[in-house]
Design a protein around this ligand. Structure first.
Ligand SMILES: Nc1ncnc2c1ncn2[C@@H]1O[C@H](COP(=O)(O)OP(=O)(O)OP(=O)(O)O)[C@@H](O)[C@H]1O
Ligand SMILES: [Mg+2]
Length: 259
């Protein structure tokens, strides 16, 4: 079953054509990666899909569970965002609320969407914290983001994004701000959660090795266009587009430099 089908999506910021007529789809339960250099339109794309874009020039269609996200009002999108589409961003310090206990932040979505009662909220938040691998969950839920390490903060962000059991989880560079060993842990956790909760995953990254670990299919963006997309096993072994070839050879050189 196709969960999301994006057709002819274009996004402009004034004269800047950030995204030009892209099309892609995500199947239920599938994990799709978007790679591409800085400024290629990755974030602009997901912001447009979720109603978070500052652009006033968005065109095309984005059918999610059969309904066009691009023609929805902000009020309608609020019922989808957080509930059916979970979001995770690069920097947990900007996505977490510094003045609110993390347990309350995890329970906020399910309470807002009336999925649980106030009575259930605390127990639910503890369960979510355990699920994302935070030790001493019962004590930790009363802490504030500043009291947590970067990796734990990103685990909390994942718990918040998953707390309403969305059918699609979108993660924009979820590990870029973390150090390398913590990055690997968070990526493994993301994969586990995706499988456990049977979510589709759309993950945006600069790092093609993230895609090879986590994704079934990959979309390669370059200068606002999709230049190549297909199964990870095919695209990474026989890239067709010169830009994809360059990404892969850059990775090899980088690996070479590390040895
Ligand atoms: N709010 C905005 N106002 C003006 N221009 C914007 C805005 N957001 C994005 N752009 C422009 O749109 C283009 C695509 O930006 P986008 O943020 O989608 O890139 P990206 O692929 O996510 O890059 P990065 O890997 O650095 O996050 C860029 O040229 C950028 O300058
Ligand atoms: Mg971006």
């Amino acid at each position: 079953m196709t969960l999301l089908k994006v057709e002819d999506l274009s996004i402009a910021f004034g004269k800047v054509k950030a995204v030009q007529s892209i099309r892609f789809h995500i199947e239920a339960g599938e994990s799709v990666g978007i790679v591409g250099e800085s400024g290629s339109g990755k974030t602009a794309t997901i912001h447009a899909l979720t109603g978070l874009s500052e652009s006033t020039a968005i065109s095309g269609r984005a059918l999610f569970e059969g309904e066009d996200l691009l023609s929805k009002t902000e009020k309608e999108l609020q019922k989808i965002r957080g509930k059916k589409i979970g979001l995770m961003f690069q920097d947990p310090m900007t996505s977490l609320n510094p003045t609110m206990k993390i347990g309350d932040q995890i329970a906020e979505g399910p309470l807002y969407h009336s999925l649980i009662s106030k009575k259930e909220a605390r127990a639910e938040a503890i369960q979510w914290l355990r699920l994302v691998g935070v030790p001493d969950a019962a004590m930790r839920i009363d802490q504030y983001p500043i009291q947590l390490s970067g990796g734990t903060r990103q685990r909390v962000t994942l718990a918040i994004a998953a707390a309403c059991h969305p059918s699609l989880l979108i993660a924009d560079e979820p590990t870029t701000a973390l150090d390398v060993t913590v990055q690997a842990q968070i990526l493994d956790l993301l994969k586990q959660m995706q499988e456990r909760l049977m979510m589709s995953l759309l993950i945006i990254t600069h790092d093609i090795s993230v895609v090879s670990h986590l994704c079934d299919r990959v979309i390669v963006m370059h200068a606002g266009r999709i230049v190549e997309q297909g199964l990870v096993s095919e695209v990474l072994t026989s890239p067709r587009h010169p830009y994809t070839q360059m990404l892969l050879s850059a990775r090899k050189q980088f690996r070479g430099a590390l040895v």
